[in-house]
Design a protein around this ligand. Structure first.
Ligand SMILES: [Zn+2]
Length: 186
């Protein structure tokens, strides 16, 4: 892995235990921004085993989106006017399992490679950190900052923004209905 492959996102300085050979000095070789997450490639210096791990914050986002989708989809797909029957509950549980599986999988993988400690930055990483602090790309900054948050915090952040969105939408609806006689949008 050349230094060119190392990107500028906050360096992951944790060391992890290799699942294959038990070496406790697996280190992060590169990080890249993926859809809603930061992925870290950990490589074992002993047996060269590789594993890609998601940032903690991204797992919370995946979980929240999965749960929200699982909350809404049953109404759209199957309706529930007649109340929940056993089969609908089973289908809903299946849907939740399906939609949250990326989160569960990412969590499971991380569990298989437990953190064993931290290391100090290499010279190249110090240099990369300098560049990082001057980046103007807001999207990359936002995604990288999610990296610092725990899954718990991002999970509630997503729910908060959805609640806020629904709250604003209801308020607009209420204003439209109350003051504009439902004519605000034509
Ligand atoms: Zn190994």
């Amino acid at each position: 892995m050349s230094t060119k492959d190392q990107n500028n996102y906050r360096t992951d300085l944790t060391t992890r235990k290799c699942r294959k050979c038990g070496n406790v000095q697996m280190t992060c070789q590169s990080r890249r921004v993926d859809f809603l997450s930061v992925k870290s490639l950990f490589v074992c210096p002993n047996c060269e085993a590789e594993v890609t791990l998601h940032s903690g914050g991204a797992k919370g986002v995946h979980f929240a989106i999965g749960m929200l989708a699982a909350g809404f989809l049953p109404f759209i797909l199957w309706g529930s006017r007649g109340g929940y029957t056993g089969i609908v509950i089973l289908k809903t549980l299946g849907l939740i399992a399906f939609l949250t599986s990326p989160f569960l999988w990412a969590t499971l993988i991380a569990q298989l490679y437990p953190i064993t400690g931290t290391r100090s930055k290499t010279v190249q990483e110090e240099a990369a950190a300098q560049i990082d602090s001057t980046t103007d790309d807001l999207l990359k900054k936002g995604i990288a900052s999610m990296d610092k948050l725990s899954p718990f915090r991002t999970f509630w952040a997503v729910l908060f923004f959805v609640a806020l969105f629904l709250g604003v939408a209801s308020l607009i609806g209420w204003i439209n209905f109350t003051f504009f006689d439902d004519q605000l949008f034509g």
